[in-house]
Design a binder for this molecule. Sequence first.
Ligand code: UDP
Length: 474
Amino acid sequence: MASTDKTQEHLHILMVSLSAQGHINPLLRLGKTLLARGLHVTLATTELVYHRIFKSSTAHAADTVPTSITTNGIQIIFFSDGFGKSPNKDTYDTYMELIGKFGPVNVSNIIKNHFLNTSKKLACIINNPFVPWVADVAASYNIPCACLWIQPCALYAIYYRFYNSLNEFPTLENPSMSVNLPGLPLLQPQDLPSFVLPSNPFGSMPKVLAEMLQHMKKLKWVLANSFYELEKEVIDSMGELCPITTVGPLVPPSLLGEDENEDVGIEMWKPQDSCMEWLTHQPPSSVIYVSFGSLIVFTAKQLESIAKALKNSNKPFLWVIKNKEGEEPVPLPEGFVEESKEQGMVVPWCPQTKVLSHPAIACFLTHCGWNSMLEAITTGTPMIAWPQWTDQPTNAKLISDVFRVGVRLTPGSDGFVATEEVERAFEQVFAAEELKRNPSELKRAAREAVAHGGSSDRNIQSFVDEIISGKLDG
Ligand code: UDP
């Protein structure tokens, strides 16, 4: 059938995600591009997203979750994860198990109630690695399934090889072995994602990833929130095994030189905007920005060591300290905020993408979450890598040794990072010429990738062409 006929049939894409900002936003941004190319887009996510984000802005701010809402042209349908309004994120294992039980039934109902026996053609379902069961639901209706990989392609390659037992990885008998994989530098245990280490204490996440990675070949497309020029070697290394196709960076358009009002991303926490005003009073390239994402909470002793290093640096700083919801904040050293109020600002949450775009920012002390890294890359901000778990150790290796856009902190054997070590990193990042040049080169490459005719733009078009031509069904 000719492509225009199919488009007229209302080709629909259904995307499915957990209620995590870092999972939903790349999908929504991909959705927006698909929408611009003539497809209809729906996101199915859990009811928590309605309560946290949309409830206050909808006409009937009732407790009852509406069947669906439409925002920026994307329909959002909410389903129950079995946990209700305030999942206790402490219990990841229980949460992943519950959503693994309720999710398939509820997403299946969404397909039945919203797509089957209607004039809409559900052409493709897109999941991400943390909802692997979506692929089975799609298969049960004979609907093609694609995955949006939301970590670096390097992680995809490592996990694929690990969970399909294609290469040797550290074992309990040989925990310190290094790993040599195509397209990647030699990886020491501290460079590997925590889930593949024999010491890994996290139960459900590796289970979910293992399930996903072993079934990747069943997927029609594996799309990635990255860009070819950033991860060329490792992407090419997967070509024969199970190709991955870059469609990113899926960051707010303002970071790519486009209109800032065009973003479709959601915010789970309200940012403290006053830091933007504070930034305007700081000299260009002077501020150390510190944030460890939405999940990591440091001990009081670790906060003290960072506080001392910031103070001793004599540089202006903006420090985000996100505490666990419903828990007492971990205390900063007594008097620190008051004593350093001329030098810096501590906030519970900030508008990070605006902060990173500000000319006053010099560098970013980060936990190496992939969204934060892409935001730093697209704004040309050098990084100081302080990884904790999951993909972050490998991301840190990419920062220091592959992308060469930052330095990495070395913790002591107990995992504690001393003040002197943080100070060393600050000095290094301010002094290195390479860290002025490389970030701006990658910033340019990111913009080229998403521009008309760039690598990600072409990849998205190939995906859309395949959907429109009906080849994805075959
Ligand atoms: N973020 C933010 N304000 C903050 C800190 C973080 O808006 O004060 C956003 C940041 O821009 C990024 C996301 O939260 O998009 C964090 O995602 P990432 O993958 O880096 O880390 P995670 O929180 O998932 O560990």
